[in-house]
Design a protein around this ligand. Structure first.
Ligand code: TRP
Length: 335
């Protein structure tokens, strides 16, 4: 059994891009029975930016409900909330002691914050304005997430590749100082292939404000697809390059292969107008999303069900993290 672990930060609502990039990915992995999967919501990572208890609590539950709504089976995948596993934070403190400060100075997210300050003329003592220690230590907490569960494989997006290198580096330093204790995790970096276009044709991303939320109501979804997806002004009879069309790119992900082939032909040969294509896309999206939407809304009305799933998940995660912490404490002489 290969132990696989990944996490998601609960910030903001999920959109179609998250579905293609992360949700589908984990559901596919769950089909592989040679893997034991741990999946958690990194609420203490979100704390660096979220300073509102209600928001943190709710966005955590929304993520859990979303994955369940798309069919994640909590009996097969251990689903838990980071803050429910205190061993992670004790291991974080211990890892602090073997992590060079200089390594953290090189972290992309931290450097980006410093560069942004510099661009506004804030240098020297002001260079770190807006950076809390949680952001600075983010990679150490992420390392502890992974090492506490002794994970072997960590699937993440490209933006997390450096964090994975740090995890291996920090784990290696601990092992070097105190003897072989942690397995060093392998990253499984998914390529940009999973990127889908947003309403304006650029990569779907919250930072571009071009997303289609995963759980929009049917009427919101209709409005977004019919009114907000940007197209050029080619008339229906014109031949169009499907690969240039946001409608087609999204259709490819959500429609059946024959339907996709049909839209492709309609664009290439001419005769398929954008309005008609949008209707087809909307139908494909509705087919795909209506069921999960209903399940999601129902789950949010049953907080006790979500709580019970999180409780069980934490129990399973702690069954691994507790002996791991014991081993670590022994290694350092805190037993
Ligand atoms: N940093 C990850 C992200 O923003 C989330 C995360 C936290 C994570 N801890 C992790 C991912 C451990 C994989 C393993 O996407």
């Amino acid at each position: 059994m290969t132990r696989v672990l990944t996490g998601i930060k609960p910030t903001g609502d999920l959109h179609l891009g998250n579905y293609v990039g992360a949700i589908q990915h984990i559901l596919r992995m769950a089909e592989d029975t040679s893997q034991e999967i741990f999946f958690f919501v990194a609420d203490y990572h979100a704390l660096n930016t979220v300073k509102d208890a209600k928001q943190l609590r709710e966005s955590t539950k929304r993520i859990i409900a979303a994955y369940l709504a798309f069919g994640l089976d909590p009996e097969k995948i251990t689903l838990y909330r980071q803050s429910d596993v205190p061993e992670i934070f004790e291991i974080t403190t211990i890892l602090n002691a073997v992590t060079p400060k200089g390594l953290m100075n090189r972290a992309h997210a931290y450097k980006a914050a410093v560069d942004q300050n510099a661009a506004q003329g804030k240098v020297g003592e002001e260079a770190d304005i807006g950076v809390n220690m949680g952001l600075y230590n983010y990679p150490i907490l992420m390392t502890a997430d992974i090492l506490a569960l002794n994970a072997e494989l960590v699937p993440v997006g490209k933006d997390q590749a450096q964090h994975l290198e740090f995890a291996r580096d920090i784990g290696g330093r601990f092992n070097h100082a105190f003897g072989e204790t942690f397995k060093l995790p392998q990253g499984f970096i998914s390529e940009e292939g999973a990127v889908i276009p947003g309403l304006d044709g650029r990569k779907m991303s919250k930072s571009y404000d071009n997303t289609i939320p995963l759980f929009s109501t049917a009427s919101e979804l209709k409005k977004l697809v019919m009114k907000k997806i940007i197209t050029d002004t080619a008339p229906p009879e014109a031949k169009k390059d499907p690969e240039e069309s946001t409608i087609y790119q999204l259709y490819k992900v959500f429609a059946q292969p024959e339907q996709v082939a049909e839209m492709k032909a309609g664009f290439e040969q001419g005769g398929l107008g954008y309005g008609t294509a949008k209707k087809q896309l909307l139908e494909a999206l509705e087919n795909h999303l209506a069921g999960p939407r209903e399940k999601y809304e129902a789950l949010l009305q049953q907080p006790e069900v979500l709580d019970e799933i999180m409780r069980k998940g934490a129990e399973k995660a702690r069954a691994v993290a507790t002996p791991m912490l014991k081993k670590v404490r022994q290694a350092i002489g805190a037993d």
